[in-house]
Design a protein around this ligand. Structure first.
Ligand code: IMP
Length: 187
C-alpha cells in the first residue's frame, strides 16, 4: 500500500485507469478472435513493456495460438528514443507461413515496431500486424500505422501497466504521465 502510494506521488496525471484498460483489452480480444478464426496465429510479446498487456490480451482471444517473445532496445534509460533498434531476444520458433500479431506497449517514433514488422515479414510470415496498447502519433518518424490500438495519447512520457522509466513503475496498475521532476530537466 505504502509503496503504491509513493509511486503515485511521481505521477502528474492519470491518463488511463485500470478499469478503462480492462474494457479496451476485452474489446480488442474479441476483434482478434473474430478476424483470426481458422488462421495459424502467433502472438508475439515485445518485452518488457508489453508483458502485462500481452498476458491480459491473449486470455481474451478465444482461438488456438502459439505465443512467443522478442526483446529489442531503443530507449536505454532515458526518455528519448535513440532511433536505432537492436534485437536482444529473437523468436524461439520459425514463423514462415504464420499469421503474426506483434503486441507492443506503445508506438512512439514507430522505429522499434517498424523494424520488427519488416524483420518478420522478411522471414516469411504470412502476415504481420501490430497491436499496441498506446499510440503516440505526434512523435511518429516512420510510416507506421498500428493495425490495432487501445488508446491514443498526447506527447508525454507515460508509465504504468508495464511501461517503465528506468525499469521502475511497471507495476503501477493505471497509466499516468510521469512528473518531469522525476527525470530532471531532460523532458
Ligand atoms: P519507438 O521505437 O520510439 O516507437 O519506441 C518504442 C519503445 O519506447 C516502447 O516500446 C517503449 O518501451 C518506449 N517508450 C516510448 N514512449 C514511452 C513512454 O512514454 N513511456 C515509457 N516507455 C516509452
Amino acid at each position: 500500500m505504502e509503496k503504491t502510494v509513493s509511486m503515485y506521488n511521481d505521477i502528474e496525471k492519470i491518463l488511463v485507469t485500470r478499469r478503462e484498460i480492462d474494457v479496451a483489452v476485452k474489446k480488442l480480444g474479441d476483434m482478434i478472435t473474430e478476424q483470426y478464426e481458422g488462421k495459424e496465429l502467433v502472438m508475439v510479446c515485445i518485452l518488457k513493456g508489453a508483458a502485462l498487456f500481452f498476458s491480459d490480451l491473449i486470455r481474451e482471444v478465444s482461438l488456438p495460438m502459439v505465443i512467443d517473445f522478442m526483446s529489442a532496445s531503443s530507449y536505454g534509460s532515458g526518455t528519448e528514443s535513440k532511433g536505432e533498434v537492436r534485437i536482444k531476444k529473437d523468436l524461439d520458433r520459425p514463423i514462415a507461413g504464420k499469421h503474426v500479431i506483434l503486441v507492443e506497449d506503445i508506438v512512439d517514433t514507430g522505429n522499434t515496431i517498424y523494424f520488427l514488422q519488416n524483420y518478420l515479414k522478411d522471414r516469411g510470415a504470412a502476415s504481420v500486424r501490430v497491436a499496441t496498447l498506446l499510440d503516440k502519433p505526434a512523435r511518429r518518424k516512420v510510416p507506421l500505422k498500428a493495425d490495432y490500438y487501445c488508446f491514443t495519447i498526447p506527447d508525454a512520457f507515460v508509465v504504468g501497466y508495464g511501461l517503465d522509466y528506468d525499469e521502475k513503475y511497471r507495476n503501477l496498475p493505471d497509466i499516468g504521465i510521469l512528473s518531469p521532476g522525476v527525470y530532471g530537466a531532460e523532458g
